[in-house]
Ligand binder design. Structure first.
Ligand code: 5GP
Length: 174
């Protein structure tokens, strides 16, 4: 089992989540609460911290997608396993843990846009831009991660391990 080496501390994450929450609050018009859709499972911790840092009421939902592949590589085929509830006329915010190829975010965006939300904003805690296989835009990004690093912790796993870590770690092969 590879050992996790700390990469982004819990304090750095919390500070950045606060900044993202402020930026997000400025993007969404006043009035109707924004509707945040967390991408399971990896996004659960980020979503929980983000809603607590947002200075306004929100509604929350979840979506679950899977890209089939083996180990740490994506096959490119993304399936929507659990669809979120309808979003017509809502100010929707998609909350992703990490965007790698971008195919997961693209698939979810397509699904949501078909329902005609009033707006659609995308937030990702982590971004690996050099591995992108889709031209999907991410409106707000927490941290950029080098493409060849596989990260765990703060909700992210490898085979269900390490999700509970309060920080982001990189796995060293050992
Ligand atoms: P994409 O569709 O953008 O290639 O993949 C997004 C999904 O790939 C993420 O939600 C996550 O499940 C997985 N993923 C990509 N890179 C990493 C990584 O470094 N660590 C972990 N734990 N998952 C990753």
């Amino acid at each position: 089992m590879p050992t996790p080496t700390p990469l982004i501390s819990a304090e750095q994450i919390q500070a950045r989540v606060g900044e993202l929450a402020t930026a997000l609050a400025h993007r969404i018009p006043d009035g109707e609460p924004p509707h945040l859709i967390g991408v399971l499972k990896g996004g659960f911790m980020f979503l929980a911290d983000l809603v607590r840092a947002l200075p306004r009421p929100v509604t929350v939902d979840f979506a679950r997608l899977a890209s089939y592949g083996t180990g740490t590589t994506s096959s490119g085929e993304v399936q929507l396993l659990t669809a979120p509830h309808p979003v017509r006329d809502r100010h929707v915010v998609v909350v992703e843990d990490i965007v790698d190829t971008g195919l997961t975010l693209e698939r979810l965006r397509r699904h949501l846009l078909a329902d005609r939300p009033r707006s659609l904003t995308t937030v990702a805690l982590l971004d690996k831009p050099s591995r992108r296989r889709s031209d999907v835009t991410i409106d707000l990004v927490g941290f950029t991660v080098e493409a060849d690093r596989f990260v765990v912790g703060y909700g992210l796993d490898l085979d269900q391990h390490h999700r509970q870590l309060p920080y982001i770690a990189v796995l060293d092969p050992s």
